[in-house]
Design a protein around this ligand. Sequence first.
Ligand SMILES: CC(C)(COP(=O)(O)OP(=O)(O)OC[C@H]1O[C@@H](n2cnc3c(N)ncnc32)[C@H](O)[C@@H]1OP(=O)(O)O)[C@@H](O)C(=O)NCCC(=O)NCCSC(=O)C[C@H](O)C(=O)O
Ligand code: MG
Length: 279
Amino acid sequence: MSRPYRSVLYIPAANQRAMEKARTLAADAIIFDLEDAVAPAEKPGARDLLKAALAQDYGGRARIVRINGFDTEWGRDDAAAFATGADAVLVPKVSRPEDLDAVTAIVPDTPLWAMMETALGMLNAAAIAAHPRLQGMVMGTNDLAKELGSRNRPDRLAMQAGLGLCLLAARAHGRVIVDGVFNAFKDAEGLRAECEQGRDMGFDGKTLIHPAQLDIANAAFAPSEAEVDLSRRQIEAYEAAIAEGKAVAVVDGRIVENLHVETARRTLAKAQAIAALAG
Ligand SMILES: CC(C)(COP(=O)(O)OP(=O)(O)OC[C@H]1O[C@@H](n2cnc3c(N)ncnc32)[C@H](O)[C@@H]1OP(=O)(O)O)[C@@H](O)C(=O)NCCC(=O)NCCSC(=O)C[C@H](O)C(=O)O
Ligand SMILES: [Mg+2]
C-alpha cells in the first residue's frame, strides 16, 4: 500500500462548508458524494460546488468522487464532469465488471473505485477486483443490508459472507479495500469495536460519515507502538538467524520465518506512510 486509507470520510458534495472544513481534517481520504447524500434537486448544483472545491488544496488527502449510477439521469454527466480533477472516481452499486467498462469509456485515465453493495456484486467480487482500471473497493453495508433484508447486529453476522468475499477478491488482485460506515455517529464505543473488527479481518480502513469518527478509525487502523516495536525485533532476529545459517528465529516465544518478516516490513512501511502524511 503506497498511501494509508485508515479513515475515508464521506462529504455530501452539496455541503460547501463541510467540503471546506475537510481541508484541515485528519482524514486519509475523502469521498465527495454526489449520490445518496445529495437530494435530486441539488445534484447539478452539487457538481458545480464540487468542481470549485477540487480546485482547492486538500494536502495529502486522497480525493475520491462518488458519482451517481449510470441507471440514473445524472451518472454520465457526473462521470464526464470528473473524468479529470480527482484522484479516483467511485462507482456506486457495481454488480459486474461491465459496470466499470461503461465508466471507463467516459473516464479513460482516472483510477476507478467500486462500491461493493449489491448481492450480485458480492458474487462477482473476484471479477470486479480483476478489472484492470480498478484501484480500490468500498463496502456499502447499508445497501447490502437493504438487499439482503438482514438485521443489524454488533457482530455484523449478516455482513460476514460479503465482507469476506470482497476482502479475498481485493487481496487476490492487490486492490485497496475499506470497510462500510457505522451509522450511529455519536456512538464512539460501537464505532471502535466495528473498526477493530474490520482491522482484524484485514481491511485497510473504514468509511466514515462524521468528523467525530476520524480519530477512532485513524487509531484503530494504524500499527500500534507495540506492533512497530515487535516488527523491528522480528526483522532483527530473523536477519541474525539467517546470518547464522538458520531459517527460523524466535521472538517472544513465537517463530519468525520469512513470511512473518514480510508482514513486519509491511507494518513498518505503513507506519512510515502514516508519519509522512502527518508530517
Ligand atoms: C450525519 C450528518 C447529517 C450530521 O450533520 P450535522 O448534524 O450537521 O453534524 P454536526 O452538527 O455534528 O457537525 C459538526 C461540524 O462538522 C461538520 N461536518 C459534519 N459532517 C461532516 C462531514 N461528513 N464531513 C465534513 N464535515 C462535516 C459540520 O459541517 C459541522 O461543522 P461546523 O459548522 O464548522 O461546526 C452529517 O455528518 C453528514 O451529512 N454526514 C455525511 C453523510 C453522507 O455522506 N452519507 C452518504 C454516505 S454513507 C453511504 O452512502 C454508505 C453506502 O453507500 C452504503 O450503502 O452503506
Ligand atoms: Mg450505498
